[in-house]
Write a protein that binds this ligand. Structure first.
Ligand SMILES: [Zn+2]
Length: 224
């Protein structure tokens, strides 16, 4: 996890906190058990439970990819002045989206950076619970979901539809800090090859913002 609570109940972020400024203990925002700051040369600074815990919100062994992706996206939104919260716990839903952003004041958007397997039932349950509570949800996929010659059942779960983009999927490549939007996805038959277009955005290029992407796709047309 990237966010913990300090002894005054304030949220602290792992990459911003200075060890000498930590007063007292830090706690997991989910289970309230004590956590500690882990920092190393190749690691992304993050918090970890002291004991192998049965925390309902944060499983231990969160991958470097997942930690790095959350942090990259949070920095990308923040630098565009898009309101963004990392790992915000939503008590009513008992869910903790990886990020929560606001593109306008009315509709919060939950962003899930999915790096590991999730069952179909669980994915649908989580999506519906966000939607019922008035959140939009965007699933962004990690490297285990990389597109190959055919769409897998797991990948199909995360397909979005938009009139200009037609079927599309979101990917984050944390190694190259690139967001990929694969759109105009077509695969007519099970045994046919997948066709798609790829729109890539480098998260380190400050000129390309979410607005740039939205504007790009607004002018796009699709002819089946
Ligand atoms: Zn916990």
């Amino acid at each position: 996890m990237l966010i913990a609570l300090d002894s005054q109940n304030h949220y602290v972020q792992a990459d911003l906190i200075k060890e000498k400024n930590i007063k007292g203990s830090l706690f997991c925002p989910g289970c309230r058990q004590p956590v500690y700051l882990k920092r190393g040369k190749i690691k992304i600074p993050h918090f970890s439970h002291y004991q192998a815990s049965d925390c309902f919100l944060f499983s231990e062994g969160e991958t470097l990819e997942h930690l790095a992706g959350k942090q990259m996206l949070s920095q990308w939104f923040t630098q565009q002045e898009i309101p963004c919260m990392l790992e915000a716990y939503l008590p009513k839903l008992k869910q903790r989206p990886d990020l929560l952003i606001w593109l306008d004041q009315k509709i919060p958007v939950a962003i899930e950076f999915q790096c590991s397997f999730i069952s179909e039932a669980n994915m649908i349950k989580r999506t519906q619970s966000y939607q019922k509570a008035g959140y939009k949800v965007i699933w962004i996929l990690g490297k285990r979901f990389k597109l190959k010659r055919k769409l897998t059942a797991q990948q199909r779960l995360f397909l979005y539809y938009h009139k200009n983009l037609n079927y599309h999927l979101f990917f984050l490549d944390t190694n190259h800090q690139k967001l990929h939007i694969f759109y105009h996805l077509i695969q007519f038959e099970r045994n046919e090859l997948l066709k798609s277009r790829n729109y890539q955005v480098s998260l380190t290029n400050k000129k390309i913002t979410l607005k740039t992407i939205i504007n790009h796709f607004e002018t796009l047309t699709y002819q089946p």
